[in-house]
Design a protein around this ligand. Structure first.
Ligand SMILES: C[S@@+](CC[C@H](N)C(=O)[O-])C[C@H]1O[C@@H](n2cnc3c(N)ncnc32)[C@H](O)[C@@H]1O
Length: 515
């Protein structure tokens, strides 16, 4: 590799690896591996394999993950814009596989940007339950929100908060928490030269201080009996086994679930074989560390109280009506309940971004909330033929469907309170791009499928107006051809168009276009 690795780092690795060191050092001459992960919210693994223009080789630790061949440019294919896969470093797909997410779970991804692992969690939730994706750095939450929208996530909330404030707002609430910790990034040296340039011998200790705080907050937000996965992409023991050992000493209610030494996962170092390592000289991927921690179930969980509807996509409840999805998706956060029952004040949060983003707290400018929701309901009936579930949250003229009541997010910096469905303009409802990306063709009254290979798909993604004859539209019986059309690429939703008299006006957002 072009960048020389720091001598202090290499000496430490020599001490750590002993006879394996030579092999480890040689692995830096290899080209790093690349991968994609099927978005099973939109396409099955089998269907992606059949459709893929790239040669795909399975990644052993992730059933929906594949290595892509050198020279493949998956980011430059219309399927990427249709959200059929996420481009992700292969080892980075491992932590979520160990989190054990089930549909209906309440999951917190504490250090989530740009959203690789959050999108993986969302796929496992299959639209049921709750995903809260958080990142401390405001700039990074923009990419996080965009990736969740591209992926078609309906039950996700994006926060820009400190882990401590999240724990205070949601004590003993989440079934599963992922900490993909900020770290010294030594495991990424082969892939990212900037990590090498930023590294100094003291870097691991600097990150260890942050990791300690994040772990302590996560322990408070986890419900009794819940599961916490801690991962890093570094080799430093003080950020890995050392951090976990320290956490176990101060949190005796947690124990390690053994994952090291199984399948592709090497055992942890320093007398912690239950933890897992992915070594770049042993697997086809970069360096990673993972520990799975289970709470023993002692202590009180969040009070039963506020209930939110699971986003299974076809719930009729649009108003704030309690709905229990199989018991599990029953949100019983003490905080959510307390705040839903009267609130505790605090600074208003804020939402941002191109697909919505008026400041929460502002009421609808043009019309009252009731009228705005009525306009949306009319749109949903006409355009979708069904009413998606979720708590309606109106920020200015922008409407979201949230998996939690609005009051549950009071005082938290909220980038996205839920699924952005659109905004009100002059008394009419205008559908948002994230509404389209999360829809399946059968969920829209009017659809048009463009081919990824004919050039039409790319023309649409470039924002061009297309000439489309009426017979090419797929329209549900009894509906007119004129109006909003869900535009798909080879049958997978990509955005909106507006059809009239043989012309498709392009509604693909400027900031998302193919360049
Ligand atoms: C390893 S990256 C996360 C990658 C992400 N999980 C993914 O799969 O795309 C770590 C993230 O932690 C964020 N971060 C740093 N300090 C944090 C803190 N104290 N609390 C929450 N997030 C933090 C960084 O902004 C960064 O985006």
């Amino acid at each position: 590799m072009a960048v020389e690795l720091p001598g202090t780092f290499m000496q430490r690795m020599k001490d750590m690896l002993g006879s394996d060191y030579e092999q480890f050092a040689e692995s830096y001459q290899e080209t790093p591996y690349s991968g994609i992960r099927a978005n099973t919210l939109k396409i099955s693994v089998e269907a992606l394999r059949a459709l893929s223009p790239f040669t795909l080789e399975p990644i052993p630790w992730c059933p929906s993950g594949f290595y892509t061949e050198a020279g493949a440019r998956p980011g430059k294919h219309p399927y990427y814009h249709a959200g059929l896969y996420y481009i992700q470093e292969p080892s980075a797909m491992a932590p979520v596989e160990l989190l054990g997410v089930q549909p209906g779970d309440r999951v917190l991804d504490l250090c989530a940007a740009p959203g690789g692992k959050s999108t993986q969690i969302a796929a496992k939730l299959q639209g049921e339950g709750l995903l809260v994706s958080n990142d401390l750095h405001p700039d990074r939450t923009k990419a996080l929100a965009k990736n969740l929208e591209l992926y078609g996530v309906r039950n996700g909330i994006v926060l820009n908060e400190s882990p401590g404030r999240i724990a205070a707002a949601f004590p003993a609430f989440f079934d599963r928490i992922l900490i993909d910790a900020p770290c010294s990034g030594e495991g990424m040296f082969r892939k990212d030269e900037d990590m090498v340039k930023q590294w100094e011998p003291e870097t691991p200790l600097k990150y260890a201080a942050m990791q300690r705080e994040i772990l302590a907050s996560a322990a408070e937000a986890l419900r009794p009996g819940g599961t916490l996965v801690y991962s890093t992409c570094t080799f430093a023991v003080e950020e890995n086994e050392g951090m976990i050992r320290e956490f176990l000493n101060s949190h005796p209610e947690f124990s390690l679930i053994p994952v090291g030494g199984t399948g592709s996962f090497a055992p942890g170092l320093g007398g912690l074989p239950e933890a897992a390592r992915l070594w770049p000289h042993k697997v086809k991927g970069e360096g990673h560390f993972m520990a799975v921690l289970r709470h023993d179930g002692s202590g009180a969980s969040a009070e039963e109280g506020a209930v939110y509807p699971a986003h299974n996509g076809r719930d009729k409840a649009l108003s704030v009506s309690p709905r229990n999805k199989g018991g599990k998706a029953q949100a019983s956060a003490k905080a959510a309940a307390a705040r839903a029952d009267g609130g505790r004040g605090g600074k208003p949060g804020r939402a941002a971004g191109k697909s919505g983003g008026a400041a929460p707290g502002r009421q609808s400018q043009g019309m009252g909330e009731e009228a705005a929701l009525a306009a949306y309901a009319i749109f949903a009936e006409e355009q979708l033929g069904w009413q998606p579930s979720g708590y309606p949250v109106l920020f200015g003229d922008h409407l979201y469907l949230s998996p939690l009541p609005k009051a549950a997010l009071d005082g938290l910096k909220t980038i996205r309170p839920g699924w952005y469905v659109g905004h009100i303009r002059s008394g009419r409802f205008i559908p948002g791009h994230p509404l389209a990306t999360a829809l399946h063709p059968a969920e829209s009254t009017r659809c048009l499928s463009l081919s990824s290979s004919s050039g039409e798909g790319v023309s649409y993604l470039k924002g061009e107006t297309l000439s489309i004859t009426a017979d090419r539209l797929s329209v549900k019986p009894g509906s007119p051809s004129k109006g909003y059309v869900l535009v798909c690429i080879d049958g997978y939703s990509a955005g909106w168009g507006k059809w009239q008299d043989g012309m498709l006006k392009n509604e693909y957002p400027a900031g998302w276009r193919w360049t």
